[in-house]
Design a protein around this ligand. Structure first.
Ligand code: GLP
Length: 239
């Protein structure tokens, strides 16, 4: 795993944005795998800035997001579709029809996961997949378990994740108990993976990932099996 240590959140965000910008310039019709959470917000802001200055265009880009709560309406300000529209898509020149987030309103969530998996396959995989890391080592919503799923699937959220994400909702009771998420195999369809982490609260999770062991109870350790993974983190994550 390549490791890039940045002095602060701003530098980490700029670094992530530059990696995406270089790819988009080199391959205007690339497929971006995107993530939600507080970690990539600064990177999205930097990309919006580049686009507004006319330095970058997303007009031929396709995006696929990692995950979505289930059930949730896209108009709910805690849905990942809402997050992506507000943080990025509404402010850049991407064609919204080419932005994909699992459908949190699907009547049949299992069928929706199948459709999403096929979509990633039909796109020919992902050029660069951005990831954050959960405190419990989850990537996307691949939660710690004795088995990890390869394909996009419906998952129950762990109490730890519900508690960690409750800060965004009115209360922990409002956090949906399930989610639709790319599986480890879907994520591994990416040619390049960039995992971002900032702040001391991610220290334990990142150090477990860097142990170079494989443990399904710590899903981020799976990334040690992928040939092209870069960790971009702030210095305090490695203290
Ligand atoms: C969420 C998301 C993940 C994200 C993680 C970390 O639950 N499903 O994709 O990476 O938790 O979030 P944050 O960046 O806010 O720490």
């Amino acid at each position: 795993m390549n490791i890039i240590v940045c002095k602060n959140y701003e530098e980490m965000s700029q670094h992530g944005a530059q990696m995406i910008a270089s790819l988009v310039k080199e391959k205007p019709s690339c497929v971006l795998g995107l993530a939600t959470g507080s970690t990539p917000e600064g990177m999205y802001a930097a990309l919006v800035e580049m686009c507004k200055k006319g330095e970058l265009s997303f007009k031929d880009v396709t995006s696929v997001n990692l995950d979505e709560y289930y059930p949730i309406d896209p108009a709910n300000d805690q849905s990942y579709r809402y997050f992506m529209n507000h943080q990025l898509f509404d402010h850049i020149d991407i064609d919204k029809a080419n932005t994909n987030v699992p459908d949190g309103t699907a009547a049949d969530p299992v069928a929706e996961c199948k459709r999403y998996e096929q979509l990633v396959t039909d796109l020919g995989g992902i050029d660069i997949q951005i990831l954050g890391i959960g405190r419990n080592g989850h990537i996307g919503f691949n939660e710690p378990d004795t088995k990890l799923m390869l394909d996009t699937h419906v998952t129950d959220l762990t109490e730890d994740t519900i508690e960690a994400n409750a800060r965004f909702f009115a209360s922990a009771n409002d956090v949906p108990r399930r989610a639709l998420t790319m599986g480890i195999g879907t994520i591994f369809k990416a040619k390049k993976i960039v995992i971002m982490a900032s702040g001391a609260s991610k220290r334990d999770a990142v150090s477990a990932m860097l142990e170079r062991t494989i443990d399904t109870s710590f899903p981020a350790t799976m990334l040690n099996l992928h040939p092209d993974v870069t960790l971009i983190c702030t210095a305090d994550v490695l203290d």
